[in-house]
Design a protein around this ligand. Structure first.
Ligand code: FAD
Length: 502
């Protein structure tokens, strides 16, 4: 098929949001060009097998985007982004949690129509029905010991398939046995019978939007121009989407002018408001060798309140690992061990906001990312994480773990004050792999809103966004499920519009 063809819709990026959206539009009989910068995931065993995700993470399908070194923080973080059909869902660890309904109250209040709890719940239910979610409950010691320790310090076993409060429980993963159920596996490939109206173009990279004044007519790529009779939808992820907007002259005017990019629309919110789940770990040395259960090897998850009274929903997610997490602690001199345990912790509703900017007016150049972890004015994120360290210590001190725990390696037993723990956290904090919010949804009068409630880009015709970049606030759990839900909601908005117009 010629790359210069015309379609009803052109969807850019076949990741969590784009694959779901493209499929839904095509199922409704619309012709869709789904353009993906990376190759297909089909026939790649390392992608299909969840246990081999580290190979994908370190291999050629993953591009590591460096960050701008923060003042006094951890400069070693990089953001891995998958360039392959399925996007992040072909690389990620398949943790599948539905956010609590309370996460979306603010979305509805700020953004408006279309984000009611019922509509969101229906979308999640449909995704779960199609994907099939597995609970990982095969246990060995010390997995059981970690869960017993959580019970001892007041966290009962809970079921994470619905709304839940504080407690510990098993992972829910979007996989079937060893095989991941990515957005591409479920929505783009056989045997799910993708319709002929879905045209998938792999190894095609969008370089700029094709604009006619303030109306988007299509997209320029490195293999030609794709035209859209109706709309173009950006699903290139939290970094790819703002990058394409800025390269196309849509973004903060001053920043664009500094690169001699012709400003089509001054939209200051593009690239602002970068959200993430900051991640830190407490590591202990094990008193004896720790058996490795499988490649997944986490015992379970603990959701807890550690910053009293501030949030109704648990404010920290703590993954309980029968192995140490040393990527960030080893480089700054904390001792390492071949046998250890860890708590890998993320702040659920993190408030710090970073930014993403162009480094050059060039599609080949990486963007400049400043995550600005622990930068929120109230110090909320750091406060929660300090609480997480103290909670981890209670867990490791529980009697169920006494035969396993030899000594704390990071931050170490002598690190006791809030200030000292805070310094440890600042020097080792890294991405929770959930960048979001860089083209946030919001009301028209909001200075940093980029899309409205129907995901249309403000001030530009024929253009929507349906990926992690639209998040107005962080959701409390791992975000792939939410990105897929956004793809489904976007399709519903679009199909409703065209049905009404017909
Ligand atoms: C290592 C890792 C582990 C993770 N683990 C989990 C987990 O267990 N659970 C969870 O919920 N979340 C997890 N995530 C996060 C989750 O996968 C992402 O948040 C989610 O995939 C984001 O969806 P998206 O639609 O915004 O973008 P993506 O899924 O990233 O898709 C964007 C797509 O757009 C393509 N693209 C970008 N630019 C262009 C262009 N110019 N032209 C054409 N195509 C383009 C990309 O190649 C990509 O395929 C993890 C992420 C990482 C990196």
């Amino acid at each position: 098929m010629s790359a210069d063809a015309t379609f009803d819709y052109v969807v850019i990026g076949a990741g969590a949001g784009g694959a779901v959206l493209g499929r839904r539009l095509a199922d409704a009989g619309r012709s869709v060009a789904l353009i993906e910068a990376g190759p297909s995931d089909e026939g790649r065993a390392e992608v299909a097998d969840l246990g081999r995700y580290q190979e994908v993470l370190r291999g050629p399908l993953t591009r590591r985007l460096p960050i701008t070194a923060p003042e006094g923080g951890n400069p070693r973080t990089a953001y891995p982004t998958a360039q392959v059909l399925g996007g992040g869902t072909s690389l990620n660890t398949c943790v599948w949690f539905r956010p609590p309904a309370s996460d979306f109250l603010g979305w509805r209040k700020d953004a408006g129509e279309g984000w009611e709890a019922d509509a969101i719940g229906t979308a999640f239910a449909e995704l779960e029905r199609r994907i099939g979610i597995e609970q990982v409950d095969a246990l060995a010691e010390p997995h059981e010991a970690l869960l017993r320790a959580a019970g001892e310090i007041g966290y009962p076993m809970v079921d994470f398939s619905g709304e839940h409060a504080d407690g510990v429980g098993f992972y829910r993963l979007s996989k079937r046995k060893t095989q991941r159920r990515s957005a591409s596996v479920v929505f783009l490939h056989a045997p799910s019978h993708p319709p002929e109206t879905l045209h998938i173009f792999t190894d095609v990279r969008a370089t700029r939007l094709f604009l006619d004044g303030r109306l988007v007519r299509g997209v320029h790529t490195d293999t030609g121009t794709f035209l859209a009779r109706r709309e173009v939808i950006l699903c290139a992820g939290a970094f790819g989407t703002p990058k394409l907007l800025m390269l196309s002259g849509i973004g903060p005017a001053e920043h664009l002018r500094s690169f001699n990019i012709v400003v089509r629309h001054d939209l200051p919110g593009v690239g602002r408001h970068l959200l993430d789940h900051p991640a830190c770990a407490v590591n202990v040395r094990a008193a004896r060798p720790v058996p490795r259960l499988d490649t997944w090897n986490y015992a379970g998850v603990l959701f807890a309140h550690v910053a009293e009274g501030l949030e109704a929903w648990p404010d920290i997610e703590m993954q309980l690992g029968p192995e140490p997490f040393e990527q960030q602690t080893a480089p700054v001199g904390y001792p390492t061990t071949p046998h250890g345990l860890c708590t890998y912790m993320t702040v659920n509703r993190a408030r710090s906001e970073g930014s993403v900017r162009l480094a050059a007016p060039d599609p080949d150049a990486d963007v400049m990312i400043s995550p600005d972890f622990f930068s929120d004015a109230e110090g909320y994120d750091l406060k929660v994480m300090v609480g997480g360290v103290r909670l981890a210590r209670r867990l490791f001190a529980a009697s169920a773990l006494q035969s396993w725990v030899a000594e704390e390696l990071a931050p170490g037993a002598c690190c006791t004050t809030d200030a000292a723990i805070g310094a440890f956290l600042r020097s080792t904090v890294t991405t929770g792999y959930h960048p979001a919010g860089t083209c946030r949804m919001g009301p028209a009068d909001s200075p940093d809103a980029v899309v409205g409630p129907d995901l249309r880009v403000a001030g530009i015709g024929g253009l929507r966004i349906a990926d992690a970049s639209i998040l107005p606030s962080m959701v409390s759990v791992n975000i792939a499920a939410t990105c897929m839900m956004i793809g489904l909601r976007c399709a519903d908005f679009m199909l409703k519009d065209t049905t009404q117009a017909a």
